[in-house]
Write a protein that binds this ligand. Structure first.
Ligand code: 4SX
Ligand code: FE2
Ligand code: CA
Length: 343
């Protein structure tokens, strides 16, 4: 199939999470994590990081069940909205035009249900926000700077890789072996990723990755959670990723939505940037110090909603590498034998 020209995606920009208790969500995301409240409505909060110069990186919307409504990519020009509509229309995906203001602070947008089953928004115009880069006096918690990436759970990693390659994304890193692709990190902005894939029953949202500049900000939010006896919000880490080299911690918000505080990855903007390929048996791939990944990180994720706000049914994993290969990308259970075959 020859597809029309895809929209020119600049970066991952924001996402909307449905939360069941907006006050508790505000406490977690704003008071503890330190995201800035940009706008406050009776049923929604609009939050951004300190470096962000646009209206928001996250919308928290009150609802009956936790879910992820959509995630959004900024596109380079207003004409890219029509490109998004034509491109996804040609793929047979449902598409919807949103008039300016449908999301507070955002201009006209196009929402699609993509071939992987996710509701994805494309927008160009968004209100400017006050520059807080050097308002050190206002910083709290993890001192979140901006949204860095979205990680999605998909049953078919090669299909996700092909889809985002067609959309013009580069691939910075993979986890693979001679038989299969287990995970991939793909970018439009000049960092390791805007989107990455975790294998499992999907479509589901795995996590939102928020950028902090320095590793001490990752440690500080862990210390704060410990002091408040809120340590149950810490799910995985802190640690150093093999993939991306980022210093990280994964937290779960009061509704179980997973977020990552992600700091200090690297530049990928050269045109001949090469993909770094990790073997699935390398114990350093997901934690450079070889710490095991806990099971919930692989299995638990957030329900995603379709264009009409209904939960998307999930499809099970096509080829479960955990079941077929001892020490593969499952539960961090690499054995010495699988890490160094034959030794
Ligand atoms: O667990 S991995 O080291 O593969 C990893 C997970 C690397 C970068 C990420 O952003 C991530 O979520
Ligand atoms: Fe991540
Ligand atoms: Ca824990």
């Amino acid at each position: 199939m020859t597809l029309p020209e895809p929209p020119d995606v600049v970066r991952s920009a924001y996402a909307e999470l449905v939360v069941t208790d907006l006050d508790r969500a505000r406490w977690f995301w704003s008071e503890l994590l330190g995201m800035v409240v940009q706008a406050d409505e009776p049923d929604a909060l609009y939050l951004r990081g300190y470096d962000e110069l646009t209206h928001h990186n996250l919308v928290l919307r009150a609802g009956a069940e936790p879910a992820a409504s959509y995630f959004a990519f900024r596109v380079r020009t207003p004409a890219d909205l029509a490109r998004a509509e034509a491109y996804f229309g040609e793929l047979g995906c449902p598409t919807r035009r949103l008039p300016a203001g449908s999301t507070l602070g955002v201009g006209a947008a196009v929402r699609v249900q993509d071939p992987l089953g996710f509701t994805v928004e494309f927008f160009h115009e968004i209100d400017r926000a006050e520059r807080l880069v050097q308002r050190y006096d206002r910083r709290r918690g993890a001192e979140i700077a901006r949204l860095d990436h979205v990680n999605i759970v998909v049953p078919d990693i090669p299909a996700a890789y092909e889809h985002y390659t067609s959309l013009g994304f580069g691939c910075s890193e993979t986890i693979e072996d001679e038989h299969a692709l287990y995970a991939a990190w793909m970018y439009r902005k000049q960092t390791v990723h805007d989107v990455a894939f975790t294998g499992g029953a999907g479509p589901r949202l795995h996590h939102l990755g928020f950028f902090a500049h320095e590793s001490h900000q990752v440690l500080r939010i862990c210390d704060i959670l410990g002091s408040l006896q809120e340590e149950a919000h810490v799910e995985r880490g802190p640690g150093r990723h093999g993939v991306s080299n980022a210093f990280y911690v994964y937290l779960r918000d009061p509704d179980g939505h997973r977020l990552e505080v992600y700091s200090s990855d690297y530049y990928t903007g050269d045109p001949d940037h090469e993909t770094l390929r990790w073997n699935v048996h390398d114990p350093r791939r997901r934690d450079f110090w070889g710490n095991a990944v806990i099971e919930s990180w692989y299995t638990e994720a957030t329900t995603v909603l379709d264009l009409d706000g209904r939960p998307c049914p999930v499809r099970d994993v096509a080829c479960d590498e955990v079941a077929v290969t001892v020490g593969a990308d499952g539960f961090g259970l690499s054995t010495p034998e699988s890490a160094h075959p034959g030794s």
